[in-house]
Design a protein around this ligand. Sequence first.
Ligand code: GRF
Length: 209
Amino acid sequence: MLKVAVLVSGGGSNLQAIIDAKQAGKNPNCDLCAVISSTEGAYALERAKKADIPTYVVPRKAYGTRDEYTDAIIEKLREVGAEIIVLAGFMYILSPKFCEIYENKVLNVHPSLIPSFCGDGFYGLHVHEAALSYGVKLTGATVHFVSEVCDGGPIIMQKSAPVLEGDTPEILQKRVMEQCEWIILPEALRLCCDGKVEVVDGKVIIKED
Ligand code: GRF
């Protein structure tokens, strides 16, 4: 079993997908040991409590610089013994130190097919607004390891969804979550917990199941 901590800031629907997969017996080697939130009132905390997962709040506003906040998060991750970390709607970019300590141990889900519509400023609805304004016919989601380059780490898994006539950013966001994020994030985590993911020359290789 690998100890997995999930970092959240908001609603936590991706956390819910991870919890559901675990409860359905789809990730037996995953021990969900902590949900850590950057915000007091995050609904993700309620989801974790309902699933009997220990919750912690490390409030961003209680720390000054990004380095100070990163140190506080690292301290909490060490305290709970996290071996794998999932960023599931966690709204803050942590210092390079975090990426070095947990190299190829931190998964992030991004709501586009990287390298499209990613990097600085591409978060939340902005990603879908950009996809619609470009006019792409396919978009999707990407699960990748976190590196010091924003949305630039090795890609573990991607899944596409169509862009349809009449889509608004909100409609597209919902489709990408339902058809892509909630499927590939639990599956990528399962592969990591089963030891099936290897990084060679900056690229992910998935070993046969
Ligand atoms: C998702 O769209 C995810 O791709 C992005 O933030 C959103 C989080 O949603 N990183 P939730 O909190 O998991 O519902």
